[in-house]
Design a protein around this ligand. Structure first.
Ligand code: FES
Length: 157
């Protein structure tokens, strides 16, 4: 079969090696790369109380609190994710909120203490990012219960 193809495709001035090399190249299709959110990570935009936005790329499975701290977003997280505060309060888009499992009783108890609670409020330490959250906007509330009055700005851990 190869010889037959070779005879049909070989021009009189080309060598057999050149023709075989060309045939091999044409047989091995170059895969088309599609950059899905899985390959490049999940893009999330944090929007602070002043309305300024910061878009970051993260891995699925990380919590919003971990992502915020890794990217110097001012989301406090005083208890470091142990459900003992409400300082990691975030406000999600309705479409994202609806896809999540219901908050646990412990999370709801802490959310009740959150400043500026909304219908789509969650605790950032309890929300793990998934691929279908790509492009979502996370709003930070205007204040948290732990906020100090002396101008203290929390640092990532
Ligand atoms: S960091 Fe305290 S409850 Fe999330």
């Amino acid at each position: 079969m190869l010889r037959q193809v070779f005879r049909l495709t070989m021009a009189p001035t080309t060598t057999m090696a050149t023709t075989i090399m060309r045939m091999r190249r044409s047989c091995h299709a170059v895969p088309v790369r599609r950059f899905s959110s899985v390959a490049r990570g999940v893009s999330i935009t944090f929007c602070d109380k002043s309305g300024s936005r910061k878009t970051v790329v993260c891995k699925p499975g990380e919590s919003l609190l971990e992502i915020a701290h890794a990217n110097e977003v001012d989301l406090e997280g005083a208890c470091e994710g142990s459900l003992a505060c409400s300082t990691c309060h975030v406000i999600l888009e309705q479409s994202v909120y609806d896809k999540l499992e219901e908050p646990s009783d412990e999370e709801n108890d802490m959310l009740d203490l959150a400043f500026g609670l909304t219908e789509t409020s969650r605790l950032g330490c309890q929300v793990r990012v998934t691929n279908d959250m790509d492009g979502m906007v996370v709003r930070l509330p205007s204040a948290t219960r732990n906020m100090a009055v002396d101008g203290y700005v929390p640092k990532p851990h």
